[in-house]
Design a protein around this ligand. Structure first.
Ligand code: 9MR
Ligand code: 9MR
Ligand code: ZN
Length: 552
């Protein structure tokens, strides 16, 4: 038995996508390739030569020899690599590999990521809570009615049967809860996308309702979340911020408007309070040109929460005993560091800078390779590193820079060793696809301070991995790319009557290299979530243009 047929049988016996054709042995980024950048495919069956042919007429435009075999342990496969980077003419093509077969069609061109970016970012709009939403994709209509209009109750803050407005914001994930800590990394990464790629995003239409007149659509969508966040500080006006607003337990697979069980504010946490301060400081900075009054409100809220934290230096976790929804429990030194960085960047006040630097010194590694909702240190470090303000300590700045470049180089090396170009080595865990996407942020910042072609190509490989150059030969993003997930752990998708799942969402990915299942029940590997989604949006934002009207 060939290695391929063993793998195919293993896949078959797991019950995944039975419809694998022979040519699924050739895996590549199903969104396509940019003309001037690297282009590689991974072939998991023995081969020696390959040609690239035009889809239209089958004419050969490139031929070459594969390299390999390379054995990869985490998937236990031998793989060969076809490198056709030399081919730079725009068009639609496929790979023909004698003895193996032909690949899917793929494009070489400039606009290859446009629809994906649009759909992924509009995905935030489709996660809006407290309002009806609707959108089209692939000729299908996705919609739900206004939901969770009773958010939320204060019983767990000592006020029985008392309601306070906590409507709005985004649903967190496949569940309908709203969690401030996970909003933190999400909003932080989205604001960085705006900061780093503003030129691309400024004029882009997302076809969303005009909930913030005068704002660019990208910021309009973020403001939907910050409007909600401004409702999350506790009623005592202390600056403490509620950790989350959810039911006591997860609902079944129902539409959000049918989810009528009571939802409650949970007590404050110091991590949520710090993340709130950071997000509000960023909001003040980026929203100011569009609404100075709103920016002032955000800045005052940020300052108040930060001042409270300064007086209360201990990590405070909320009591969540009554709740079985997501915990998002985390220690707060990274959150506090991030808040200090954003408040300094927004105000230029030296106290914030001093606080940031005192905190930064205490971290042995200034930058982490592998981070998600529980660790927002990099967000603070990136803001500090890229700031145009004076006064930074040269040694701290140098240490941040060195750590970042060392990590970026390590990511390149990991990607070079991985037959599927995955820049995360053999690390697999709940939500690791989000981290693959988030490597693009690490690499883009590295590329800003020390541009290297291999950083750019590794960025594209991270995206390419998610869109099909992987063990499954499938896209991990609903509604986009080749054979995308059809049964994500997403309550809207499970409850509506539309054939396809709601579009544009990255699923979490396997907890090992080979255990993803496209099964609605598998929340460990097949859920969607805003924190992973923001990383995907960031990853695509650096390459996106407005998609043509007919394509959206
Ligand atoms: O649906 C829930 C999902 O959104 C969470 O990420 C996950 C982990 O907290 O839990 C899921 O809910 C499951 C619950 O924890 C156990 N019973 C089955 C639920 C799935 O419907
Ligand atoms: O993303 C979270 C992951 O890192 C944790 O291991 C997991 C279990 O605590 O929870 C994940 O977050 C889920 C949250 O608790 C509830 N909403 C859905 C989130 C994504 O699965
Ligand atoms: Zn809702």
């Amino acid at each position: 038995m060939t290695i391929h047929s063993v793998v195919a049988m293993a896949i078959f016996s797991l019950g995944i996508a039975a419809a694998f054709a022979v040519d699924s042995d050739i895996r590549l980024n199903s969104l396509g390739f940019f003309p001037g950048m690297e282009k590689k495919a991974t072939i998991i069956a023995g081969c020696s030569d390959f040609t690239v042919k035009k889809t239209a007429d089958g004419k050969t435009v490139y031929s070459g020899k594969v390299t390999g075999p390379f054995h990869q342990n985490d998937v236990n496969q031998d793989a060969w690599i076809a490198d056709f980077s030399q081919l730079s003419s725009e068009g639609s093509y496929y790979l023909d590999v004698p003895g193996v077969g032909r690949s899917i069609d793929f494009k070489i061109g400039q606009g290859i990521y446009d629809l994906a970016f649009y759909t992924a970012m509009r995905g935030f709009y489709l996660l809006r809570c407290g309002t009806a939403v609707e959108g089209e994709h692939n000729g299908q209509h996705f919609a739900h009615k206004a939901c969770h209009l009773e958010d939320g109750f204060l019983d767990y803050l000592g006020l029985k049967d008392t309601r306070r407005d906590g409507t709005g914001g985004w649903h967190d994930a496949g569940d309908y809860g709203k969690y401030v800590v996970n909003a933190g990394v999400t909003v932080g990464v989205l604001f960085l996308a705006w900061d780093h790629f503003r030129d691309r995003l400024e004029d882009m239409s997302l076809d969303i309702p005009d909930t913030a007149p005068g704002y660019p659509d990208f910021l309009k969508e973020i403001k939907w979340e910050t409007d909600w966040l401004l409702k999350m500080p506790l009623p005592d006006d202390s600056g403490k911020v509620s950790h989350k607003l959810t039911r006591l337990n997860f609902s079944g697979f129902i539409l959000p408007e049918d989810d009528s069980e009571k939802r409650y504010f949970v007590d404050w946490s110091s991590a949520a309070t710090a993340d709130f301060a950071a997000m509000m400081a960023m909001a003040a900075r980026y929203f100011k040109p569009y609404n100075a009054q709103y920016a002032r409100t955000c800045l005052e809220a940020a300052k108040k929460s930060y001042a409270f934290l300064r007086m209360n230096p201990n990590n405070k976790r909320p009591n969540q005993q009554a709740f079985r929804t997501g915990g998002y429990g985390t220690s707060d030194p990274d959150d506090r560091l991030w808040a200090a960085a954003e408040l300094w960047e927004t105000t230029g006040e030296v106290d914030y800078l001093k606080d940031f630097e005192e905190r930064a010194i205490r971290f042995d590694s200034k930058i982490d390779e592998d981070w998600d909702w529980s660790n927002v240190k990099n967000l603070g470090m990136f803001t500090y590193l890229l700031s145009r303000r004076d006064g930074r300590h040269p040694l701290i700045l140098q240490a941040v820079r060195n750590d970042l470049l060392a990590i970026a180089d390590r990511l390149v090396a990991k990607r070079n060793r991985d037959v599927y170009g995955r820049p995360l080595g053999g690390k697999y865990y709940w939500g690791c696809n989000g981290t693959v996407a988030r490597q693009v942020l690490n690499l883009q910042v590295a590329n800003k301070i020390s541009p290297k072609t291999e950083y750019a190509n590794t960025i594209l490989d991270a995206v390419g991995h998610l869109f099909g150059r992987n063990y499954y030969g499938r896209s991990y993003i609903t509604g986009l790319g080749f054979q995308p997930p059809m049964n994500p752990h997403d309550r809207r998708s499970g409850a509506d009557n539309v054939k396809d799942p709601w579009p544009g969402y990255l699923v979490g990915g396997g907890e090992s290299a080979t255990d993803w299942t496209d099964d609605q029940a598998d929340y460990r590997t097949n859920e969607i979530a805003i924190n992973w989604q923001a990383a995907l949006v960031y990853a695509l934002a650096g390459f996106a243009h407005q998609p043509a009207l007919g394509k959206r």
